[in-house]
Design a protein around this ligand. Sequence first.
Ligand code: IPE
Ligand code: IPE
Ligand code: MG
Length: 248
Amino acid sequence: MVEIVKATEPVPETKYLPLPNPPYHVGIIMDGNGRWAKSRGKARIEGHKAGTENLRRILEHSVEFGVKMLTIYAFSTENWKRPPLEVMGLMNILENVIDRELMELHKNGVQLRHLGKLEKLRPAIREKVQRAIELTKDNDRLILNVAFNYGGRDEIVQAVQNLIRDNVKPEDVTEDLLSKYMYTGASPDPDLIIRTSGEFRTSNFLIWQAAYAEYYITPVYWPDFDKDEYYKALHTFSQRERRYGDAK
Ligand code: IPE
Ligand code: IPE
Ligand code: MG
């Protein structure tokens, strides 16, 4: 009896009609974990844990909605300013996520990449990140760039340092070449950047690559950014007119 009732219910998934023009590369500034926790009388770290749970769901929806590359901002070069206990909590979350989720991500065809500097992270985490990158390097269902200890200005500085190290002549420095020296290498630029929790700023995220990205800002805190909210962001993107400076 229960089965029959279930079978005649409308399938909720039908509201997510396929998007005519899904973005290839989406960047997400996963902001608002702290305020999410505070609004529930919880410690900030609980917000970070809830945010991490949410990420797992957003990865699944990314595949379903046709996104091929996702770049998540997880820890900025400025986040070291936070209280040591919070910083340590965020490091532990990264390590635990790799321990717990790596095999599942690998099984699901996710290729992991890292954007930022690994040097400042503790050796155990560095090794785990490197192992995860190596293990998943041939997967192609979804490319997940994890920006951890990442800063856009830091990225540009290291790019310039490496250009000089490689003895590149000034007249050979082009936009294309400089792009290849970024942590994102040959990846296409982000098409859409989503920021949760209502702040209208880049906070040093992909400042070189996002020159012509479309921005979508929602007041929803990251742990509450669900499938509906994600679909809304992608749908809004698909209706934007991108001009790249041209006259239309
Ligand atoms: C984003 O949430 C996660 C990180 C920056 C690591 P926040 O911790 O910045 O949350 P708010 O902005 O204080 O609410
Ligand atoms: C940006 O959020 C960094 C991450 C989401 C990892 P912040 O919370 O650090 O940014 P500000 O301080 O509000 O600019
Ligand atoms: Mg914040």
